[in-house]
Ligand binder design. Sequence first.
Ligand SMILES: [Zn+2]
Length: 240
Amino acid sequence: MNLLAEMSWDETKEYLARDNRLILPLGATEEHGRHLGLGTDHIEAEAIALGVGEQTDVVVAPTLNYGMSHAQLGFAGTLSLRPTTLIAILEDLFRSLYRHGFRRVLVVNGHGGNTASLTSTVQTLALEFKNLRVKNFEWWTDQESYRVIIDMLGEQVGSHASPGETAFMLAVRPSAVKLDRLTGRDAPVKPSREFTTMNTFAQKYPDGIMGLDPRMATREAGEALLKKSIEICVRELENW
Ligand SMILES: [Zn+2]
């Protein structure tokens, strides 16, 4: 596997002579209910990225373990970057990548709070860098991967810290899943026009879970979700 962290600059140069694709996993360090570790979003993004790296020759960059998690700052342990900070980090990373010759970047984003900053960065840099191409994969917004867990666990399973995400963690990092800490809940996410911010998140979701009772999660569903996510990303890289 081509891990940027293990490659020398010389090997990277050789890689760039034959390919200009790169996988960039983005995550977060934030609350995920009483039952999931704070690293859930970066653990998931990295699991997908490494799976894709195993099946292709495309180089995998180190994961960004922090993201924009302001809405979750009311919960102990959440470490959040300001949107402008995240934009600055992403812009600097893309500028470095472009400078070396990377032209096609597949972002594997593990956290919804990062999406707006990522979009802003890509739109801004596109004005300057004509050949920069960026794709973004998010397992919970991608219809194909989301379908896998809906089919296995039912509707309303894909939100933050709920059954879909719990299943994913049972598959990739079971030591970060503590289902015995859960108190029963069954609170589907209701559509709302109001932004979910730090002022509203903890009122709406007192234990930090958006959605149904995570105890319905299964490792099999998580494994299927991981497999499908990897398959989609591999296809996106091969058809690029
Ligand atoms: Zn998450």
